[in-house]
Design a protein around this ligand. Structure first.
Ligand code: SF4
Length: 153
């Protein structure tokens, strides 16, 4: 059965609570001046160093001032702008796909900044791109992408 919006919000809040407990030291060194910029930097930080992300976002945030600006350009142009952070096609898709705006509707405003920090920490320590450590993950029960839920594992 499809999850309702309020069920999804409740699940998101539980995830935030569990992640805060698991990563009390979460913070990040990504430059940003608002929650949306931090979210873009968070997307770019997958499999990339904070230093490289900061070099790329210095120009990126000057060129793209608000969320709508990312949608005005063709994907190929944004791909070029984020190319040096790696996985640039997928990252472009995530930035332009409104995914993050849906996420911002689900995450309470007071948690926008910490949520990005938690995602970075959780991604680097547990939910690793090459091999997520689902058996050790505190949000495994709430995660539809858990490897433990995949058939034929
Ligand atoms: S259950 Fe696995 S895929 Fe889901 S968040 Fe945890 S580590 Fe990542």
């Amino acid at each position: 059965m499809r999850e309702t919006k309020s069920q999804r919000q409740e699940r998101t809040e539980q995830i935030i609570k569990l992640l805060k407990r698991a990563h009390p030291d979460a913070h990040c060194a990504l430059n940003h001046s608002n929650a949306f910029e931090l979210l873009v930097a968070t997307i770019l930080s997958a499999q990339c160093t904070d230093e490289r992300v900061n070099i790329v976002t210095a120009d990126l945030f000057r060129k793209y001032r608000k969320p709508a600006d990312y949608l005005k350009v063709p994907a190929t142009e944004l791909q070029q702008d984020v190319r040096t952070t790696g996985f640039f096609r997928n990252k472009t898709k995530s930035i332009q796909g409104e995914i993050e705006q849906d996420l911002m509707k689900l995450v309470p405003r007071k948690d926008w900044i910490i949520f990005s920090h938690l995602l970075i920490f959780h991604g680097r320590r547990v939910c690793k791109a090459r091999r997520p450590l689902c058996e050790e993950c505190v949000v495994e029960k709430l995660c539809p992408s858990s490897l433990l839920k995949q058939p034929n594992r």
